[in-house]
Design a protein around this ligand. Structure first.
Ligand SMILES: [Zn+2]
Length: 361
């Protein structure tokens, strides 16, 4: 397994969890807050930033790092997954073709065209440290012919992305280090396709690989077998990114299969809904194994916490647990104080950072 992720803005110990700063911000917290809870890198979304505020505006600010005041590594997701999800919800949103993706804004009708080349250009323009190729996602239960087509496109788009990356890298000044480039593996839950896609992409020697598509089956279970096939078909030492994964127990399973980079909106979204993660007593002392029940999710607005003077988690070293009780957080949520979401977010991000620390040790 990869032991670190070396980017032009520093080397990250792995496994590493990168919160989703989809629109150039992790909701309710600042870059300084992220540092304070042990976050080393963040993920932004190229497609969403293209829509708003526009990549040109970010460029005018001197790049994405200065725009959002984050000087650590930034991985920019292509946005292929988000466009696919929106078009899947409502085909009127656009169309995915062999050579391009077209998206129409539901309210204004404004049209965006994404090609593999354009998506790499946009990531260079914003100054991302890890560029991700445009891919054509699927869900595990999509028909076989769609999975075939998705792999065909994903491999062809990765080749075009790689060529554009080489071209743009050649234009950098001598003292400018190039970003890394990751490709994304598709193939749904079909072993032959997952392996073929991984092998074809590995032959193009990318710096890292993502496990693509919707990562859960129809019952909400993690696609553990496909995750294993993909990891097994890729070079052992190259970093593998479990895109959008996920729940703490899913992270532990994917890590055991060889994945070392994680990003997910779950800890921050759950925090804003008063759902807080905590290690079970003693469970933070050693690395959890797949299947271990090492954590619980506390619904802080539930009645038992109304007068609970304990911190969210005994033994948590986050700035919230050091100062406040469950009862105080319960109260802030109940009265609708906006700081409730911020405090909960800080705790949950620290929980994920601590999970990475125990898995690393
Ligand atoms: Zn805490």
């Amino acid at each position: 397994m990869a032991e670190s992720l070396a980017t032009r803005r520093g080397t990250l110990g792995v496994p590493t969890f990168m919160p989703d700063a989809t629109r150039a911000g992790v909701r309710t917290v600042t870059s300084e807050d992220l540092r304070g809870v042990g976050i080393g890198a963040v993920v932004v979304n190229t497609f969403h930033l293209l829509r708003r505020p526009g990549i040109k505006l970010i460029q005018q600010h001197g790049g994405i790092h200065r725009f959002m005041d984050w000087d650590g590594p930034i991985l920019s997701d292509s946005g292929g997954f988000q466009v696919w999800s929106l078009i899947r919800q409502d085909p009127a949103h656009g169309v995915i073709r062999a050579n391009e993706v077209i998206f129409r804004e539901p309210t204004t009708g404004e049209k965006w065209t994404l090609t593999p080349e354009r998506v790499v250009q946009l990531q260079f323009q914003m100054g991302s440290d890890v560029v991700v190729c445009l891919d054509d996602p699927t869900a595990a239960d999509d028909p076989d012919d769609e999975q075939e087509r998705s792999v065909e496109r994903t491999v062809s788009w990765a080749r075009r992305s790689r060529e554009e990356y080489e071209r743009l890298g050649g234009q950098l000044k001598a003292d400018q280090a190039p970003p890394l480039i990751f490709a994304v593996v598709q193939g749904g839950a079909l072993e032959r396709l997952r392996r073929e896609c991984a092998t074809a992409l590995a032959a193009m020697s990318f710096d890292g690989f993502g496990f693509g598509g919707w990562p859960l089956d129809a019952d909400g279970s993690l696609l553990s077998e496909p995750l294993g096939w993909v990891a097994d078909s890729l070079p052992a030492e190259v970093p593998k990114h479990a895109l959008g994964i996920g729940r703490p127990d899913h992270v532990v399973t994917a890590h055991a299969l060889g994945y070392s980079i994680f990003d997910c909106a779950l800890p921050t979204r759950d925090a804003r809904h008063g759902r807080l993660y905590a290690f079970r007593p003693g469970a933070a002392a050693a690395a959890p194994k797949p299947g271990d029940r090492f954590y619980e999710a506390i619904r802080i607005m539930d009645p038992p916490y109304r007068a609970d003077q304990a911190p969210v988690e005994d033994g948590c070293d986050c700035p919230v647990c050091a100062r406040y009780s469950r009862a105080y957080l319960h109260h802030l949520f109940k009265v609708g104080d906006v700081s409730a979401e911020r405090l909960a977010t800080l705790h949950n991000l620290r929980f994920y950072a601590r999970l990475m620390e125990v898995l690393r040790a």
